[in-house]
Design a protein around this ligand. Structure first.
Ligand code: HEC
Length: 172
């Protein structure tokens, strides 16, 4: 109980600001990973889906059916959770699992594509492997994690060209 007692003093929301473990380690891990692990053959990954990915429709069902029983709020394996966006971005015991801009470099994708021996997710015999279509959807979803609300980002990118169209290019 002693290790958890210490954390309960600080609300979780602030604890993640005070102890940005994953973000502090991220640059280090990103540089060290290719040196430590056997190289991942990214050409073996299914390409990212090109259709619009909707979290509730496309992603949540995959995470719930294949990952949640081990990576939910209660005693998540490797302290990695898929039920909460912030927790998912933070990663687990071995660091970040998703790199928002780079799905092909994200460990989570390597694990579900079963490219890392002993780290196949779901583990061998503990659930059906994800289909290439499911992996393609997860790959397409990872870039959406970059911004707090994909919908806002989407709207902004539409505003930009409109604003520049309105700006007078020359004064008469
Ligand atoms: C039956 C339980 C089980 C299921 C289902 C499962 N995992 Fe895991 N997961 C584990 C275990 C156990 C580990 C720790 C493995 C180790 O470190 O050797 C782990 C580790 C991980 C890690 C590394 C976390 C870290 O930082 O150490 C990621 C990422 C991950 N799983 C993603 C997933 C995803 C995504 C799914 C669903 C597609 C999934 N897992 C389904 C048991 C499971």
């Amino acid at each position: 109980m002693s290790s958890t007692g210490q954390h309960s003093i600080i609300p979780r929301r602030f604890a993640s600001i005070l102890v940005p473990r994953a973000s502090r380690l991220a640059p280090l891990l990103l540089t060290a990973l290719p040196l430590l692990a056997a190289p991942i053959d990214e050409t073996k990954l299914p390409a990212a889906a090109t259709n619009t990915v909707d979290f509730l429709r496309d992603i949540k069902p995959i995470l719930h059916a294949s990952c949640l029983k081990c990576h939910g709020p209660e005693k998540p394996k490797s302290r990695f959770r898929v039920d909460d966006r912030a927790a998912l971005l933070k990663g687990g015991d071995s660091g970040v699992a998703v790199i928002p801009g780079q799905s092909a470099k994200s460990p989570l994708i390597h694990y579900v594509a079963r490219l890392v021996p002993e780290m196949e997710m779901p583990p061998e015999g503990k659930g059906d492997p994800l289909t290439p279509q499911q992996i393609a959807l997860l790959r397409a979803w990872i870039p959406c994690l970059r911004t707090p609300s994909p919908r806002i980002a989407h709207r902004r990118s539409h505003l930009a060209p409109r604003a520049s169209r309105l700006a007078p290019l020359t004064r008469p």
